[in-house]
Design a protein around this ligand. Structure first.
Ligand SMILES: [Zn+2]
Ligand SMILES: [Zn+2]
Length: 281
C-alpha cells in the first residue's frame, strides 16, 4: 500500500527545504501524498501545492500551531489540516503568533549578549534567511560560533526552558487554535503526544479529553518520536475518543536527521480525514 507523510516543515518556518521543492522529494521517496505543516504559518502552501502537482503527489495544506498547554504549563502543538480559504480568525492568530516570535528573538539575543556572546539580531536574521525567525536559527548560530557543541547543547544550556537565555513566549490557548483551524475549514489534530511528557496515562487522557471538549478532531499517532508500541497506544487512545489518526516524519530538511516518508504512514489515514472533512461541510 502507498504511504504518505502529513507532517513536515519548509523554509517558511524552520525547515531547510524550500516549499516548492518538497513535492519532488516526496515523489522520490515514493509518497502518494504530503501535508506541509509549518509553524504558525501557511505561507509556503501555495508553492508546495504547485510543486506537488508537478510531481504527481497529492497535497494537503496544513499548519502546526504552538499553543499553551494549560495544566501543567508548557507548550503543545496543534496541527491543522485542509486549512485554506480566507478565515479572518486564522489570519489574526497567525499574525499574533508571528508578532510573538518577532518580539522574542531580540529578547533572547539580549540575554545572550549579557552572557558576553557576540551575536546580533543581524546575525539571527541572516541565519533565518528571510523566513520566520525561530529558536533553531539561534541555536545553529551558537553552534557555528563555537558557543555550543550541538543544537541540543544550545537548547539544553541556553535556549530551552531551563537555559540561561530562555525567554517565555505567550502561547496561544488551544481552544483558540482549534477554533481558528475549524473556521478555516480544517481539522485539528494533537501533534506528537509523546512530547507532552505526561507523568502517567491519567494525565494524558485528561489532556486529550479537555481538547476533545474544545473540538479536537484527531491524534498524531505516527511520528519520528513514536516507536511501534506508541503508534499502537495512540491509535487505541484515538479510537476511545472517536478521534481520527494522522502521522508524519516531522521532516525539517537537513536541520534534523529525519527522512521524509520515514514513518511509513498508511495512505488510508488520509481517506478517513477526507471523509471527516466532507461530513463537516
Ligand atoms: Zn511540533
Ligand atoms: Zn513539526
Amino acid at each position: 500500500m502507498s504511504t504518505i507523510d502529513l507532517h513536515m516543515h519548509s523554509t517558511a518556518s524552520d525547515g531547510t527545504t524550500p516549499p516548492g521543492e518538497l513535492g519532488a522529494l516526496a515523489a522520490e521517496a515514493g509518497l502518494s501524498a504530503i501535508a506541509l505543516t509549518d509553524h504558525d504559518t501557511t505561507v509556503g502552501c501555495d508553492a508546495c501545492a504547485a510543486g506537488c502537482e508537478q510531481a504527481g503527489v497529492r497535497f494537503v495544506p496544513g499548519i502546526e500551531m504552538s499553543c499553551e498547554r494549560g495544566k501543567p504549563a508548557g507548550a503543545m502543538h496543534i496541527l491543522g489540516y485542509f486549512v485554506g480559504g480566507d478565515s479572518e480568525l486564522l489570519r489574526d492568530v497567525m499574525t499574533d503568533q508571528q508578532k510573538a516570535r518577532d518580539e522574542r528573538a531580540p529578547l533572547i539575543v539580549e540575554k545572550l549578549n549579557a552572557l558576553r556572546f557576540d551575536i546580533t539580531m543581524e546575525h539571527v536574521l541572516d541565519a533565518a534567511g528571510g523566513g520566520m525567525i525561530g529558536r533553531p536559527h539561534i541555536a545553529a548560530l551558537l553552534v557555528e560560533r563555537g558557543y555550543a557543541r550541538s543544537i541540543k547543547d544550545a537548547f539544553d544550556r541556553f535556549l530551552g526552558k531551563d537555559g540561561e537565555a530562555y525567554v517565555r513566549k505567550d502561547y496561544l490557548p488551544t481552544a483558540r487554535a482549534i477554533e481558528a483551524i475549524h473556521d478555516a475549514g480544517g481539522l485539528a489534530v494533537l501533534a506528537h503526544p509523546v512530547q507532552l511528557r505526561c507523568e502517567d496515562d491519567e494525565e494524558l487522557t485528561d489532556t486529550v479529553r479537555r481538547l476533545v471538549d474544545q473540538g479536537l478532531d484527531g491524534l498524531e499517532a505516527y511520528h519520528c518520536d513514536h516507536d511501534g508500541a506508541l503508534v499502537d497506544f495512540y491509535t487505541t487512545l484515538a479510537g476511545r475518543y472517536d478521534l481520527l489518526t494522522t502521522g508524519g516524519s516531522d521532516f525539517h530538511g537537513s536541520r534534523k536527521p529525519i527522512a521524509m516518508g520515514s514513518q511509513r504512514v498508511p495512505a488510508d489515514l488520509l481517506d478517513r480525514l477526507l471523509e471527516a472533512r466532507a461530513a463537516r461541510r
